[in-house]
Design a protein around this ligand. Structure first.
Ligand code: UD1
Ligand code: CA
Length: 452
């Protein structure tokens, strides 16, 4: 993409029809906000200079999007044309400006590139993008005479004859910066909404004798504008199909794509099987020959090959080859699990390294710990890593054996091949090869029950 291209994304509106306290562009399609969907797609298409127009709850929107874009502020939401006016300095006088709506999250990078080529190859001053809508209600209509573009009419302002037109405005445009700037200067708000419509700038530019065209895009689903929660659901469905189909064609088995939620940035190698009810989010990366699910949620985690994860939750975790996780395990941020490890039911691992061949089979919490190879955890082990003020680490060396119901009060080290007796509360280091018993001895009172 030429460096002389600037991108504006409109995201100042409240999105009244969403009936939500959250600004519209922060609603998510799968695991990503609509704003991030549009920004990421622009970046993927090669955009370098992006300005997002914010207004309604601008602090929250800026915080969520972060500093990878520039911002312009629209104090009052007086329409899409008014929104673009707020970015006057950003638009400048040179090159081209691509404009997209923050509520149209499904556009593809290839389509953006195609729109830019169409505009520059035809040397247009303004290019709109339309599609044929199965149901045009709510969209601006593209009015043509003898096939030539005349104007865009909004739903509210359209005559019945205009409303019958099914070629609609996608909300994506590209302008020569100078042409856009001068068209915005004369924009009026004498329409049914009393708003300054960006759509009117095309008619204005055309009336000055400058080359204005509307390109017909092929795939209607890319331009689904999200105005309500129902639209959000429709957009999610489209994206799910797109993503799941891509993975299946690349060799991943998805048993029920209807209820498998895979984010746009997730990578999965062939021959992995995804069982129903699974959500894979963020920058998750999964190797080959894994079985994931059912009912598993994995966020920004790396899973190597041959791993099985059943009915579990993983967040920013790492799981190496041939390890099994679950059912009902919880790997929290910083859980780094080696090869051939077993993490069983009701086990929580946080900020800990678990080395190869270790077994943590049931009812155990391992936090802030470094666990060696071939360690066996008995049922009900707890690392007491927090004294209410600070966190401390527990070290368990290779081949140690932790008896059932051991409490390890950190900071503490259990040596190689050391054994802790069941029910022990360990608060002193255990030397290599030692047995540590830290519990009251049992006493038996003979005949006691008979006296009752
Ligand atoms: C708009 C178009 C319509 C098109 C449709 C495509 C206009 C006048 N209409 O209608 O022709 O078919 O998109 O989806 O442009 N926004 C601001 N500031 C404002 C108003 C809106 O930043 O003052 C932002 C919104 O946050 C949103 C985008 O602009 O991201 C579009 O606004 P919206 O109100 O949804 O326009 P539509 O009615 O969908
Ligand atoms: Ca819209």
């Amino acid at each position: 993409m030429s460096t002389n291209l600037k991108v504006i994304i409109l995201a100042a509106g409240q999105g009244t029809r969403m009936k939500s306290k959250v600004p519209k562009v922060l609603h998510k399609v799968l695991d990503k906000t609509m704003a991030d969907c549009v920004i990421d797609t622009c970046l993927e298409a090669g955009a370098e200079d992006i300005c997002v127009i914010v207004g309604h709850q601008s602090m929250m929107v800026k915080k969520m999007i972060g500093d990878r874009v520039k911002y312009a502020f629209q104090k009052e939401q007086l329409g899409t044309g008014h929104a673009v006016m707020q970015a006057g300095d950003f638009i400048g006088e040179d090159g081209n400006v691509l404009i997209l709506c923050g509520d149209t999250p499904l556009i593809r990078p290839e389509t953006i590139k195609q729109i830019i080529s169409f505009h520059t190859e035809n040397d247009n001053s303004a290019t709109g993008v339309s599609f044929i809508a199965e149901n045009p209600t709510g969209y601006g209509r593209i009015i043509r005479e003898q096939g030539k573009f005349v104007k865009i009419v909004e739903q509210k302002d359209a005559t019945p004859k205009e409303q019958a037109v099914n070629e609609v405005n996608s909300g994506v445009y590209i302008f020569k910066a100078a042409s856009l700037k001068s068209a915005l200067e004369g924009l009026k708000n004498n329409n049914a909404s009393g708003e300054y419509y960006l759509t009117d700038t095309l008619e204005v530019i055309k009336s000055k004798g400058e080359k204005t065209e509307v390109m017909k895009a092929e795939d209607e689903t890319e331009f689904l504008g999200v105005n309500s929660k129902l639209d959000l659901y429709k957009a999610t469905k489209v994206l799910m199909n797109r993503i799941n189909e891509k993975h299946m064609l690349e060799g991943v088995s998805i048993i029920n794509p209807e209820n498998t939620y895979i984010g746009q940035d997730v990578k999965i190698a062939p021959d992995t099987i995804i069982l129903p009810g699974t959500s894979l989010k963020g920058k998750t990366k999964i190797g080959t020959d894994c079985i994931i699910g059912p009912n598993t949620e994995i966020t920004s985690s790396e899973i190597k090959d041959g791993v099985s994860i059943k009915m579990s939750v993983l967040d920013n975790a790492y799981v190496d080859n041939y390890t099994t996780v679950g059912p009902f395990a919880y790997l929290r941020p910083g859980a780094h699990v080696g090869e051939h490890v077993r993490i069983g039911d009701f086990v929580e691992i946080k900020n800990s390294n678990i080395d190869d061949g270790t077994k943590v089979s049931h009812l155990t919490y391992v936090g802030d710990s470094d666990v060696g190879k071939g360690v066996n955890f008995g049922c009900g082990t707890v690392t007491a890593n927090y004294d209410g003020v600070s966190k401390y680490r527990t070290t368990i060396k290779d081949n140690a054996f932790i008896g059932c119901n051991t409490n390890l009060i950190a900071p503490v080290t259990v040596g190689e091949y050391a054994v802790t007796a069941a029910g022990s509360t360990i608060n002193k280091d255990v030397p290599d090869h030692a047995l540590s018993i830290a519990r009251k001895r049992q006493i038996n009172i003979d005949e006691w029950a008979k006296k009752k």
